[in-house]
Design a protein around this ligand. Structure first.
Ligand code: FDA
Length: 403
């Protein structure tokens, strides 16, 4: 029988940060992960350059049923604390846009930094290891752990006793990287409520009607403003793909979209189309509508919009009703997603373990003593742009101070 002060399930962003902090307090720490490597999402993140935080972290960049929950942890370990750690490890970084900080070289720099911090405090990371069962004891927990071979066959079982148990298993986005909904099942086993969860920061797919018209626009990217039913809006790039629409603006709005709702897309957010068409009709009546649209939109997109929605008349020939319809289509395109690409490509899972039964200061369960939840498994989801990692660092740090 082995014994540890702290066992952390999940060697991802939050779990490794928590291990380093708990270890720094002199706690003996074991981190287990069923994947064959730690931190796989860190390695994949930010297109291989890990958007590790954001200069403008604010609580309103996070979604949760309890919007106040994230505040304490984000204050206790802010973006400057993480930047300082990155600097201590002499990892070169740069700001890309809107405060998003990326590694100059490779995401591996961030993972290596976390593993170095974990090693420094003698915490142990065991990969290809999963939790078979957990039992609450009078003090702490009794865990049954299974060691796996590379084909995921069980090759060994052991019992570990621990005082504190930290669940850092993330959400089910991108199962090929080892992501599971295991943390949600475990939370429910201990009486925690789990909010409905779904794939988010995820591309929208075409509905059946739009698909034949627009799927061949794949590769076109343009700046847009997109508005959800709630009124939340983002201005950034939209990317047409074979399967639907993607790009930062679409990923951002997916956090605020509910299945069955449409979103309104302003395809030329720098142009007040109706006013401009009216003006041009007076000054330039002989010009064709298509010529004008080509000045505002990528040519292939104009072609498709003309084909589907508009007659190619001269501006002088358009009556005011036609002009209103055209302008509406450009500035208020009502897009009804067929759905999303789901967990296969989603960057995060929206929803998760209800935060009302978790201490916002320590991340400890209010229902089960010495049980902690950190990172994405909790019902806290950030915007695109380094916010989800900042939540992982901050919540991992908070739990690491108490577990
Ligand atoms: P994380 O998913 O990092 O770790 C969970 C760990 O638990 C994994 O190692 C997993 O193998 C393990 N695990 C799961 N089930 C288990 C079980 N049953 N037994 C044992 N182990 C188990 N965010 C951001 O801020 N900037 C960015 O650039 C990106 N980029 C990005 C790209 C891609 C492709 C994805 C999928 C996601 C991002 N994200 C991101 C989001 C970010 O990666 C995510 O929010 C954090 O990794 C969450 O950290 P956690 O530690 O909570 O989970």
């Amino acid at each position: 029988m082995h014994s540890k002060d702290v066992v952390i399930i999940g060697a991802g962003a939050a779990g490794l940060m928590c291990a380093a902090q708990a270890g720094a307090r002199g706690r003996s720490v074991l981190v287990i992960d069923h994947a064959n490597k730690p931190g796989k999402k860190i390695l994949m993140s930010g297109g291989g350059r890990c958007n590790f935080t954001n200069l403008y972290v604010e609580p309103d960049c996070f979604l949760s049923s309890n919007p106040h929950f994230c505040k304490s942890a984000l204050k206790g370990y802010d973006q400057w604390a993480f930047i300082s750690l990155v600097d201590q490890h002499q990892i070169p970084w740069h700001e890309k846009e809107e405060g998003q900080l990326f590694c100059d070289n490779n995401s591996k720099d961030i993972l290596d930094m976390l593993l170095a911090e974990v090693t420094k405090v003698n915490a142990t990371v065991e990969v290809l290891t999963q939790l078979k069962s957990v039992e609450k004891q009078v003090v702490g927990f009794k865990l049954e752990l299974e060691t796996l071979d590379k084909k995921k066959n069980i090759i060994n079982t052991k019992v570990v006793l621990c005082q504190s148990l930290v669940i850092a298993t993330g959400g089910p986005s991108i199962p090929t990287l080892g992501a599971t909904g295991f943390g949600f099942q475990l939370a429910e086993q201990f009486g925690h409520k789990v909010h409905t969860y779904r794939a988010s920061l995820v591309p929208f797919t075409w509905n059946n009607e739009d698909k034949p018209w627009f799927s061949e626009l794949s590769g076109i990217s343009l700046p847009i403003t997109v508005v959800a039913k709630s009124g939340k809006q983002f201005t950034n790039q939209l990317l047409f793909t074979h399967r639907g629409i993607s790009g930062p603006a679409i990923l951002q709005i997916s956090n605020y979209w509910q299945p069955g709702e449409s979103v309104i897309i302003n395809l030329c957010s720098n142009v007040e189309a109706l006013a401009e068409l009216k003006k041009r009709q007076q000054t330039d009546g002989k010009v064709q509508l298509k010529t004008v649209l080509n000045q505002w939109l990528p040519k292939r997109l104009t072609d498709k919009l003309m084909e589907r929605y508009f007659d190619n008349k001269k501006l002088a020939e358009l009556n005011s009703k036609e002009m209103s319809l055209i302008a509406n289509q450009l500035n208020h395109w009502q897009f009804m997603p067929g759905g999303t690409e789901g967990y296969r490509t989603a960057e995060v899972t929206l929803g998760g373990v209800d935060t009302n039964d978790i201490s916002s200061k320590t991340m400890e369960s209010k229902l089960v003593e010495s049980l902690y939840f950190i990172g994405e498994v909790l019902d806290v989801t950030g915007h695109l742009g380094g916010f989800n990692f900042q939540w992982a660092w901050a919540s991992g740090y908070a739990a690491g101070k108490y577990a």
